[in-house]
Design a protein around this ligand. Structure first.
Ligand SMILES: [Zn+2]
Length: 170
């Protein structure tokens, strides 16, 4: 991770102490996200406030980033702003995840009390990216015939070119 942020934390301990983890992670450091973006300059900013809410060990906060995706229609750059509220509940199994009350989004920990902060932030960013990114209106793809509705059509112009020597024979 970057800028002295803890890479691995104990979410239970952080929740009991009401600790906050906030900072920024460069896009190039996120291996899974790297495949999804055109440019890896920039960073993901995040803030997570850990707290115990009833029996739930959770964290509330936000992730933010400006990324550049590739439009799947015209293959051009598609700047995309991510600003996502997160409400996470940390659990140890799918069964516990099923029992998690709203609005907590379950995060199943592989090992008890071990949370990799950068992975969670990257997960949230990946969830914010559309599966098939595309411009609302692509600039480079113009609908043929829409703008030029009055264009002169000469259906036989090409045919004439197919028989260039017709008139010279005989
Ligand atoms: Zn496009």
């Amino acid at each position: 991770m970057s800028k002295g942020l803890p890479d691995i934390i104990d979410p239970v301990d952080f929740a009991e102490k009401g600790r906050v983890v906030a900072g920024a992670i460069p896009l190039y450091a996120m291996e899974r996200l790297r495949d999804q973006v055109v440019a890896t300059s920039g960073e993901v900013r995040f803030r997570l406030e850990f707290a115990k809410e009833g029996v739930v060990v959770g964290a509330r906060g936000r992730v933010e980033a400006e990324v550049v995706l590739q439009c799947q229609c015209c293959l051009g750059d598609l700047p995309y702003a991510i600003d996502r509220d997160v409400v996470l509940g940390f659990v140890g199994s799918i069964e516990q995840a099923d029992r998690l009350p709203e609005p907590f989004e379950p995060v199943i920990l592989d090992e008890p009390r071990v949370l990799r902060v950068a992975e969670i932030v990257e997960d949230e960013i990946l969830l914010s990216i559309p599966q098939v990114p595309r411009h609302e209106v692509c600039e480079t793809v113009e609908q043929e015939g829409v703008a030029g509705g009055k264009a002169e059509r000469r259906p036989f112009a090409d045919l004439a070119g197919l028989f260039p020597s017709n008139t010279k024979q005989n």
